[in-house]
Design a protein around this ligand. Sequence first.
Ligand SMILES: *[C@@H]1O[C@H](CO)[C@@H](O)[C@H](O)[C@H]1NC(C)=O
Ligand SMILES: *[C@@H]1O[C@H](CO)[C@@H](O)[C@H](O)[C@H]1NC(C)=O
Ligand SMILES: *[C@@H]1O[C@H](CO)[C@@H](O)[C@H](O)[C@H]1NC(C)=O
Ligand SMILES: *[C@@H]1O[C@H](CO)[C@@H](O)[C@H](O)[C@H]1NC(C)=O
Ligand SMILES: *[C@@H]1O[C@H](CO)[C@@H](O)[C@H](O)[C@H]1NC(C)=O
Ligand SMILES: *[C@@H]1O[C@H](CO)[C@@H](O)[C@H](O)[C@H]1NC(C)=O
Ligand SMILES: *[C@@H]1O[C@H](CO)[C@@H](O)[C@H](O)[C@H]1NC(C)=O
Ligand SMILES: *[C@@H]1O[C@H](CO)[C@@H](O)[C@H](O)[C@H]1NC(C)=O
Ligand SMILES: *[C@@H]1O[C@H](CO)[C@@H](O)[C@H](O)[C@H]1NC(C)=O
Ligand SMILES: *[C@@H]1O[C@H](CO)[C@@H](O)[C@H](O)[C@H]1NC(C)=O
Length: 488
Amino acid sequence: MRSVFSRLLTAACALAGTAAAVETLEVLGKDFVNSKTQERFQIIGVDYQPGGSSGFSTSADPLSNATACLRDAALMQRLGINTVRVYNLYPLLDHSECASIFNAAGIYLLLDVNSPLTNGSLDRTDPSGTYDVAYFHQVFGIIESFKNFPNILGFFSGNEVINQDSVYEVPAYIRAVQRDMKDYIAKNVNRTIPVGYSAADVEDMLMDTVNYLSCNLTNSTESRSDFFGLNDYSWCGNSSYTTSGYDTLVEDFANASLPAFFSEYGCNTVQPRYFTEVQALYGKDMIQSFSGGLVYEWTEESNDYGLVQLNDNGTVTLLVDYEHLRTQYDAIDLTLITESNSTQTSVEAVDCAADLISGDDFLNAFDLPARPSGVQDLIDNGYTKASVATMVAVTSTTIPETVYDASGAVITGIALKVEASDESNEPGGNTSGSTSSSDSSSSSSGSSTGTATGSAASSTKSGAADKLSTSAMLGGLLGALVATVATL
Ligand SMILES: *[C@@H]1O[C@H](CO)[C@@H](O)[C@H](O)[C@H]1NC(C)=O
Ligand SMILES: *[C@@H]1O[C@H](CO)[C@@H](O)[C@H](O)[C@H]1NC(C)=O
Ligand SMILES: *[C@@H]1O[C@H](CO)[C@@H](O)[C@H](O)[C@H]1NC(C)=O
Ligand SMILES: *[C@@H]1O[C@H](CO)[C@@H](O)[C@H](O)[C@H]1NC(C)=O
Ligand SMILES: *[C@@H]1O[C@H](CO)[C@@H](O)[C@H](O)[C@H]1NC(C)=O
Ligand SMILES: *[C@@H]1O[C@H](CO)[C@@H](O)[C@H](O)[C@H]1NC(C)=O
Ligand SMILES: *[C@@H]1O[C@H](CO)[C@@H](O)[C@H](O)[C@H]1NC(C)=O
Ligand SMILES: *[C@@H]1O[C@H](CO)[C@@H](O)[C@H](O)[C@H]1NC(C)=O
Ligand SMILES: *[C@@H]1O[C@H](CO)[C@@H](O)[C@H](O)[C@H]1NC(C)=O
Ligand SMILES: *[C@@H]1O[C@H](CO)[C@@H](O)[C@H](O)[C@H]1NC(C)=O
């Protein structure tokens, strides 16, 4: 067991912005695992696209503004998440600060490589006309921009490209894009970053999609999906495991050979949302089939799925759904969901064959389109126009914005906790922030020793913060360490 001193030292170093980094994750059989500890990793996440499609342009995307990222990462940490999914990004913007902030917060990023701009995605009605080198400037550009960060959990090759409107050949194009992405990563990135797909909830196409993308194509093994996301809104209000149809999904995915998770969930037809599905999703009936999920979505937009409201006057309101979700996350049994299971991690993919596909309208052939001209050259030589993000020290941790709870009371003291190296965020920590009316549950060591020291103190897990608050001597030691490291 690590000593309190070493924990303090780690926290102090992390605070000073030295190379604190989350451990990379990898896919083993049908689980995500921590590449160092081999502990299982389940996604506890939210979808993040402030402003929706209008929040995206060639001059601003969700990971280009450090002020906004710091605010959101601090509030997400308090919520208890470990992953965000971001849909639309632009490769030429500088993502260094935001990627570093989420890394420091212990939050992984799952990134879509497509964008709504011209040449930014595959057209489901015209895949052969849009599968070209111009499209790969976007795809490889996103990989380039984020490739150096340990907190990249994976890249989505596509979102809901296969649906009722897509032409017959689309599934082969998805596999081709994944082949090209994985070949690019193998040649230009120093680790294997997983690549997968996010599916629409179209019931009669779902299992054909899973089978098509997850089978092992022996003449193109790299075209296989490494993970599978499902956008699912079937649990509305206080539904149940059987009424929602989650039980059927669990059976469907029991034999899947890759990690599956909800890439969007959180039906809003009954308001407010209590997120009672969280206990099902992270409970023992579901964890063999699913690796968690991402709640749609972080900010309140016109479609009314938000957890937080960004007010016009620059303040933030944590909506009642945020508090309900936080309560549900706090009740997750973390020991259960991180337990490794060799049955799960040793699952192998079946070989691709036409009889894996049951729908008459679903492609059942596996001859993939050839690489478009110019793409091999990008793979061999790298795409050099992207802005490649690099790790920067996260030194500023307090957020200037006023934050209100759902009742309108001001929450004070919210700050980003820089996680110790290798640590990811998890629910139930004693995180920052309190309202004057409530019994403050946050450690008093923060306010008495200044904000920076306070956030370091509360960033240490497993009881270190408690020991701190009961020991003035140790508190002083931390302060001294911070001072020492800060002057180095
Ligand atoms: C960055 O985000 C903050 C907070 O939302 C906002 O005030 C600021 O204008 C944004 N900066 C840019 C350059 O868009
Ligand atoms: C889209 O790609 C085509 C080539 O396939 C190119 O001629 C055109 O300029 C591109 N448009 C944009 C907006 O990048
Ligand atoms: C890969 O490169 C990144 C960024 O330079 C570095 O931090 C990381 O340690 C490297 N990983 C491996 C496995 O070499
Ligand atoms: C739904 O569940 C929540 C959380 O358990 C509970 O507080 C709420 O009263 C329930 N609502 C209904 C309509 O049953
Ligand atoms: C999963 O595999 C088991 C054992 O091979 C088999 O009995 C079962 O029918 C399969 N389930 C599905 C949904 O394919
Ligand atoms: C900012 O706007 C919110 C939402 O309209 C409001 O509740 C809050 O009182 C405003 N705060 C300030 C300081 O004006
Ligand atoms: C391991 O996973 C298998 C199914 O993948 C399940 O049947 C078994 O109960 C799990 N073992 C434990 C100890 O949870
Ligand atoms: C796919 O098949 C190849 C060749 O038989 C094998 O080496 C590889 O491990 C298989 N991949 C998976 C994911 O099962
Ligand atoms: C690869 O294998 C699949 C399935 O066996 C087959 O349909 C396809 O034609 C093969 N492709 C090539 C290029 O040989
Ligand atoms: C949070 O802090 C309070 C007060 O220090 C303590 O009673 C409580 O057990 C802590 N909760 C957790 C989850 O650590």
